[in-house]
Design a protein around this ligand. Structure first.
Ligand code: PRP
Length: 220
């Protein structure tokens, strides 16, 4: 596994487990089984912001002129079409913070759920348009467990013709990362934490439980 916590901007591909004291704090609160849904959502938003900051360091900008109240000077604007691809449901919790950073991003939802018996992803929603793929896709899903859902999303984006894909997950398993890297060695994977294990039910351990249920308060 190629893993680094250094500045990722000069590295084309690989796995980036982002090291930051604020990530440590928000992850700890998020992992806590007693953290209520409203607070879970807030930590997911904060972690998504920190991840997106790291993952977007190599976005291209084009020079432009801007006139301040005092003078005209040189500035920069995004030169690329950025697609934000949330994997439903849990990925929805990461959309708003990333859109705040990239207001011009196009949001294309992918509906995937993991079959409880097989742990295999089942696609139930995809409305990507034919042609005109975005220049860069940011796939957001708080969890990468077996990697099956991310792989399904990557296959869909590959079929759309997207050439540059970045995966943003709050938590991942070592096994899931390896599975994604094996099939898509060119993908960039940004995570806050990589946990060592999957249990028999293919849940990340120690993990944080089921992100979708905790975000949407559907634990029952
Ligand atoms: C969870 C999670 C990922 C997927 C990860 O979603 O949000 O999408 O499982 O598992 P994998 O890496 O093994 O594919 P879930 O299927 O629980 O759906 P939900 O977001 O609707 O809760």
């Amino acid at each position: 596994m190629s893993m680094t916590s250094s500045q990722p901007s000069h590295i084309a591909t690989g796995v980036f487990e982002v090291q930051h004291p604020l990530i440590e704090c928000h992850m700890t609160r998020l992992r806590d089984a007693n953290t209520p849904p409203a607070e879970v959502r807030a930590h997911v938003r904060r972690l998504a912001t920190l991840l997106a900051y790291e993952a977007t360091q190599d976005l291209a900008i084009k020079q432009t002129q801007v006139t301040t109240p005092l003078k005209t000077t040189t500035g920069g604007l995004l030169a690329q079409r950025v697609g934000l691809i949330p994997i439903l449901r849990a990925g929805l919790g990461m959309v708003d913070p990333v859109l705040d950073l990239i207001p011009s991003a196009e949001v294309w939802h992918l509906g995937l759920y993991r079959d409880e018996d097989t742990a295999r992803p089942v696609e139930y929603y995809s409305k990507l348009p034919p042609g005109r793929p975005v220049d860069v896709a940011l796939v957001v899903d708080p969890m990468l467990a077996t990697g099956g859902s991310m792989l399904a999303a990557l296959q869909t984006l590959q079929a759309w013709g997207v050439s540059k894909v970045k995966l943003l997950s709050i938590i991942a398993s070592e096994e899931g990362i390896k599975n994604v890297e094996a099939e898509f060695p060119d993908a960039q994977i940004y995570v806050c934490k990589i946990d060592p294990e999957l249990n028999d039910a293919k849940f990340i351990v120690p993990g944080l439980g089921d992100a979708g249920d905790r975000i949407f308060n559907t634990l029952g």
